[in-house]
Write a protein that binds this ligand. Structure first.
Ligand code: FCA
Length: 330
């Protein structure tokens, strides 16, 4: 009698112990998110969306600004010591890829690269590392097609117009973007000998500003410039350099990529020659990569090896609406 009365209590105790054991066996998920340029709005937005994933899915996110190789390697060691199970990274140098992959393996950390794909010792993309990037060539082509269309709309002749392509060719995704833009302009019959590259030494506004100033010193007397580059910062640097040389806002057309680093520019009451940008999906790059990592750790669900996202053109006309739809602006 006594024994049977105790039974439900025992069962409850056993259940409680089993639950505790299960919790102990499955440690909380901790994921690192390392970015190469934490000061760029693009990367801040990736982090913002990764934070949202952490909150909604229930994991801990460790954000690390990894501006050079040393910071990357130390960051990975710290993550491992803190009990993380994986990380997402946009590396400051894609040639660090083999070293990062080896360090992740040694520390038993799962790895997804975002934005910039790792380059192997043979100089080719490391297709065995899970990656989410953009369809860089196609997005670049859209920039080139839009520039050609805007030139036509304004009635500018090829004799009066030249192309300034700010380039950063040591980074594959950046080169594919400007190659795509140039290919589309050429396909639209823009003369090849009026397309000029301005290689930036650092991938930021000052780097592009300096590069374009050098180009403008060499090529004076051009009436209209069409401007493209790997991202918004590159194109903004070019726009500032053109302004410094006295080019009026309506004498040039510049189109960026990212769409996240040019919002202040598009909000200016007086239009500049920054016509628009190909808006990329910061949410896919921040939220989705973190979610992929979370499910990989938690459910053993391996993400696809290679995912690519697209871009949409935003201009002064539609940027408020599109940014709102994408959860970037209220
Ligand atoms: C690269 C660029 C960033 C952004 C990202 C998608 O990392 O440097 O500005 O365009 O790709």
């Amino acid at each position: 009698m006594k024994f049977t009365a105790l039974r439900p209590v025992r069962t409850l105790l056993a259940l409680a112990c089993a639950t505790l054991a299960a919790h102990a066996a499955a440690p909380a998920v901790k994921i690192g998110f390392l970015v190469k340029q934490p000061e760029e709005p693009w990367f801040q937005l990736e982090w913002k969306f990764a934070d949202q994933a952490a909150k909604e899915l229930g994991f801990t996110l460790v954000k690390i600004g990894a501006t050079d190789g040393e910071k990357v390697l130390a960051g990975i060691d710290n993550l491992a010591a803190a009990g993380a199970q994986g990380f997402v990274i946009c590396t400051p140098d894609t040639r660090l890829g083999p070293g990062i992959a080896a360090k992740a393996r040694a520390n038993k950390l799962k790895l997804i690269s975002v934005d910039d794909q790792f380059i192997g010792a043979n100089g080719k993309p490391m297709t065995n590392v899970h990656h989410l990037g953009i369809s860089a060539g196609k997005i670049g082509e859209s920039v080139g097609q839009t520039l050609a269309a805007e030139m036509k709309k304004r009635g500018w002749t090829a004799a009066d117009t030249a192309v300034c392509a700010v380039t950063f060719e040591e980074l594959a995704t950046a080169k594919e973007r400007t190659d795509g833009a140039i290919a589309a302009l050429t396909a639209a019959s823009f003369p090849k000998d009026r397309i000029f590259k301005a290689p930036e030494r650092t991938a930021d506004i000052p780097g592009a500003f300096d590069a374009v100033n050098v180009l403008l010193t060499q090529k004076s007397g051009i009436k209209h410039w069409l401007v493209c580059g790997p991202n918004d910062s590159a194109v903004l640097g070019a726009v500032r350099a053109l302004e410094g040389r006295g080019y009026a806002a309506d004498s040039c057309v510049a189109i960026g990529i990212n769409g996240t680093d040019c919002i202040v520019e598009l909000e200016k009451a007086k239009p500049t020659s920054f016509y628009g940008s190909m808006l990329l999906s910061a949410k896919a790059h921040g939220y989705q990569t973190s979610e992929m990592m979370f499910r990989w750790i938690k459910e053993g669900k391996e993400p696809p090896l290679d995912s690519r996202t697209v871009g949409v053109l935003i201009t002064r006309e539609n940027f408020r609406q599109v940014l709102k739809e994408q959860g970037i602006r209220d």
